[in-house]
Design a protein. Structure first.
Lengths: 114, 114
């Protein structure tokens, strides 16, 4: 019973490099999310996908792109990484995407941009 | 848009004591208030939530209270144990709205000393 799986767990990039964070869920959830967590800032929504085929910007979308590959997978891409993108990234999913649903989180990706 | 303030940012208690974490929100339309617990190296997990049609909800040693007039809600943990040590996040959103509208507080690091 994997739930939400994120890869990689750790990554170090140099400024300007690109990378894609992968996320997959096996709960048949419609909605998926990408959050970033910074010290003293809580969890901030980057992008979300209410259902397969749709994506929407969250609170802090600049510098990121997303792809909802299919119902299971939602990837986050950094085209040209910047030190300000050093953070812990969490993928999450929920059954229907309603505002009063439980979010299921992955275990996170710790990203450092030098 | 919604803004959620959470206090304190750190809280240290002795095992067996009670712990209280408080949050205030700004949007009177918000009516769903979850609490998430994040253990070290893991993603957040929902521990309890409350909707605006109730003033209090309990689940064993944890309880949440809501004051809609004052726009604040609190998490109460009684008989604290070392395994309660974690970061706790409050959040607010609107039932019927999208999960993209869920706003988190900045978190409280709770330390329970044996």
């Amino acid at each position: 019973n994997a739930g939400v799986t994120q890869t990689p767990k750790f990554q170090v990039l140099k400024t300007g490099q690109s990378m894609t964070l992968q996320c997959a869920q096996d709960m048949n959830h419609n909605s998926m999310y990408w959050y970033r967590q910074d010290p003293g800032m809580g969890l901030r929504l980057i992008y979300y996908s209410a259902s397969e085929g749709t994506t929407d910007k969250g609170e802090v979308p600049n510098g990121y792109n997303v792809s909802r590959l299919n119902k299971r997978e939602f990837s986050l891409r950094l085209e040209s990484a910047a030190p300000s993108q050093t953070s812990v990234y969490f993928c999450a999913s929920s059954p229907l995407g309603r505002g009063d649903e439980k979010l299921f989180f992955g275990s996170g990706t710790q990203l450092s941009v030098l | 848009g919604e803004n959620v303030e959470q206090h304190p940012s750190t809280l240290s208690v002795q095992e067996g004591d009670s712990a209280v974490i408080k949050c205030t929100y700004s949007d009177s339309a918000s009516n769903y208030f979850p609490w998430y617990k994040q253990e070290l190296g893991k993603g957040p997990q929902l521990i309890i939530d409350i909707r605006s049609n109730v003033g209090e909800k309990k689940d064993q040693r944890i309880a949440v209270t809501l004051n809609k007039t004052a726009k604040h809600f609190s998490l109460h943990i009684t008989e604290t144990q070392p395994e309660d040590s974690a970061v706790y996040f409050c959040a607010a959103s609107m039932h019927g709205g999208s999960q993209g509208n869920l706003i988190f507080g900045k978190g409280t690091k709770l330390s329970v000393k044996p």
